[in-house]
Design a protein around this ligand. Structure first.
Ligand SMILES: [Cu+2]
Length: 115
């Protein structure tokens, strides 16, 4: 368990660094691809399964497919829930679709829909 947590932290740190490095690049890309491309890249949902809901820490652990927008490979990992309502609605074992974004440096589930 301790080893798993260490791995998750290392993974998140790597992602944060990549996010900073690519920020300028993706901004330039958005201007070139126009409205359609920009819309698709900011709203895509990824299939996931809720593994654990921790209301005390505000975190939801999900087993998710590739999260291309944050450069995250498929894995099981805890993410910050957007708000209390999302924490209340989420149930362990449920199949969902999620959108995870880097919000002020915290990987946050900004959308969680049942499927
Ligand atoms: Cu991860």
């Amino acid at each position: 368990m301790k080893q798993l947590m260490t791995l998750s932290v290392a993974c998140c740190m790597a992602v944060s660094l990549t996010g900073v490095a690519l920020a300028g690049e993706s901004g330039a890309m958005k201007m070139q691809t126009g409205t359609m491309g920009a819309q698709a890249s900011t709203s895509a949902l990824t299939d996931a399964v809720v593994k654990k809901v921790d209301t005390a820490s505000g975190m939801i652990t999900i087993n998710h497919g590739e999260l291309a927008n944050i450069g995250m490979a498929p894995m099981t990992m805890a993410y910050k829930a957007k708000d209390a309502g999302m924490l209340e609605a989420a149930r362990a074992g449920e199949k969902v679709k999620v959108r995870v974004e880097n919000v002020n440096g915290a990987l946050t589930i900004v959308a969680l829909e049942k499927r």
